[in-house]
Design a protein around this ligand. Structure first.
Ligand SMILES: NC(=O)C1=CN([C@@H]2O[C@H](COP(=O)(O)OP(=O)(O)OC[C@H]3O[C@@H](n4cnc5c(N)ncnc54)[C@H](O)[C@@H]3O)[C@@H](O)[C@H]2O)C=CC1
Ligand SMILES: O=C(O)C(=O)COP(=O)(O)O
Length: 469
């Protein structure tokens, strides 16, 4: 039987691990970085933090889907949580069955946590997206249910940028086609329409974490970089922001897309945009499958307008590995496969050992901090609230977490509930309609804790109450 959603578990000290060193050789064993000044300082802080054995930690049930990295599994298991791991994603009906029972779910880009699925997630406290994108989660609905969502905002951005660099040269030299021919036994030594990338213009759409890293790498190869973004952003190196997507498409030899999946980016590159591109230019999409209108790309490639393309993402992607890239999944799949100079990869932009290990650590740490201490630093859908840990010399303190609707008068009522106790420290913040309050109350007995929780639960503004002690 699952524990109730306002599950109580004691506040652990900051028993979290530290960001891994990403600069490892392909064969190196993976280690945390050596102790630095700030690392030692945080160790000292940890020593002072309350290190209670979590009460009922084993009641925390976690479901990890989509082959989340072992680093993350280890961190969560070390906390004593019950962790179930699956390599693939789950179809909606199975996901609904499973999600009813768990307090935490860890996913990557494939698993869709829609309102329909989350409505069934009666025990869910927190979602960990072990990736950058969070478009697969209904963030607003989750927030309304008091379910926090965390991701890893940039641990795989370098990996994506490096893949794109590889693709730029691969497309310019038609390497995919030459290699396929050799695999079939055909020697086809040609130079027609094969180019150096030096001196060519790369147009980056979306100059965020990935786009800006790509900019630096491309300039190092002698490319000129222009970029288009909805916000005005400082150029790195000698890159130049252009005012419109059209201006970018008219000037770029290579166009690389790095925008999130939003209603505005759906089919952002379609027939009209292909017409605006230079003759013989190239398109790379490692963002989201919805950003490019694929039938329009097929048309532009058949017409010779686009000389090559690299796609890493697709509107429909399979739940696991296997022979699934067929027209059953996306109706144009077979047609796409017949085109020349097109690189098709199975959403591997962020799939390197370095990125996956770093993401595993970062997201698992955020989950542990949220479960054990209630801090929301890094949450993408709840206000970010942080408060220093309870310490060993505060054995009878309790931490109250009250997630509530952001309506007038709530704080007065909360403080009426807490008024008979000594509130050591308190912090609250709001994001849109949702507010998040943390309060540490000193010298409380189990009866006091029950009373505080029951009284907070009775307030009409309540979304979720948790008490850690
Ligand atoms: N292929 C893969 O394995 C991976 C794919 N991704 C995808 O790449 C996307 C970008 O990642 P980051 O660079 O980390 O995100 P980011 O949030 O750092 O940057 C995105 C940029 O796009 C801009 N933008 C948003 N809407 C736009 C619009 N309509 N037109 C022009 N610019 C717009 C934003 O202002 C921002 O500067 C992610 O959202 C994710 O979907 C991320 C990691 C791995
Ligand atoms: O980080 C992202 O947003 C990605 O697209 C990578 O997704 P993945 O972890 O490979 O499912």
């Amino acid at each position: 039987m699952a524990a109730p959603r306002n599950i109580q578990n004691s506040s652990l000290g900051a028993q979290v691990s530290y960001s891994p060193n990403l600069s490892v050789s392909p064969t190196a064993t993976f280690h945390s970085p050596p102790a630095s000044g700030s690392f030692m300082a945080s160790l000292a802080q940890r020593a002072a933090a309350k290190q209670l054995k979590p009460f009922n930690t084993e009641d925390i049930k976690i479901l990890l889907l989509e082959n989340v990295n072992q680093t993350g599994i280890d961190i969560l298991k070390n906390q004593g949580y019950q962790v179930e791991f699956q390599k693939a994603s789950l179809p909606e009906d199975q996901l609904i069955e499973k999600i009813r029972d768990v307090h935490v779910i860890g996913i990557r880009s494939k698993t869709k946590l829609t309102e329909k699925v989350l409505r069934e997630a009666k025990n869910l406290l927190v979602i960990g997206c072990f990736c950058i994108g969070t478009n697969q989660v209904d963030l607003e609905y989750a927030a309304k249910q008091g379910i926090a969502v965390f991701n890893s905002p940039f641990a795989n951005s370098r990996s994506v940028a490096e893949l794109v660099i590889a693709e730029i040269i691969t497309l310019a030299r038609q390497l995919g086609d030459r290699s396929n021919e050799m695999h079939r036994g055909t020697w086809n030594k040609v130079s027609a329409k094969c180019w150096e990338v030096r001196g060519k213009t790369l147009g980056i759409v979306g100059y965020g974490h990935i786009g800006s890293q790509l900019s630096v790498l491309a300039e190092a190869m002698g490319m000129s970089v222009i970029y288009y973004d909805v916000v005005s952003l400082m150029a790195i190196g000698t890159a130049r922001q252009v005012p419109t997507l059209e201006a970018l498409l008219q000037e770029a030899d290579f166009v690389s897309l790095h925008v999130p999946e939003t209603p505005e980016t759906k089919n952002m590159v379609s027939n009209k945009q292909f017409e605006q591109m230079k003759n013989g230019s190239y398109l790379i999409n490692a963002s989201r499958g919805t950003v490019v209108d694929i039938p329009a790309l097929v048309k532009a490639m058949r017409a010779g307008k686009v000389a090559g393309a690299a796609l890493d993402v697709y509107p429909n992607e399979p739940a696991g590995n296997g022979d699934y890239f067929t027209s059953d999944l996306n109706h144009w799949a077979e047609e796409l496969r017949t085109l020349n100079n097109i690189i098709l990869t199975p959403h591997i932009g962020g799939s390197t050992e370095e990125a996956q290990r770093a993401i595993g650590v970062e997201v698992a740490d955020a989950l542990v901090r949220y479960i054990n201490q209630g801090t929301t630093l890094g949450s993408v859908n709840l206000p970010e609230v942080n408060m220093r840990s309870l310490t060993l010399d505060e054995p009878n303190h309790a931490r109250i977490i009250y997630i509530h609707r952001n309506v007038p008068g709530v704080l007065r009522r909360v403080n009426e509930v807490l008024g008979d106790h000594n509130v050591d420290k308190q912090i609250s913040d709001s994001k849109g309609d949702i507010a998040y309050l943390l309060a540490d109350v000193s010298d409380v007995k189990p009866d006091d804790i029950k009373e505080i929780r029951d009284n907070l639960e009775a307030l009409s503004s309540r979304i979720l109450t948790r008490v850690l002690y």
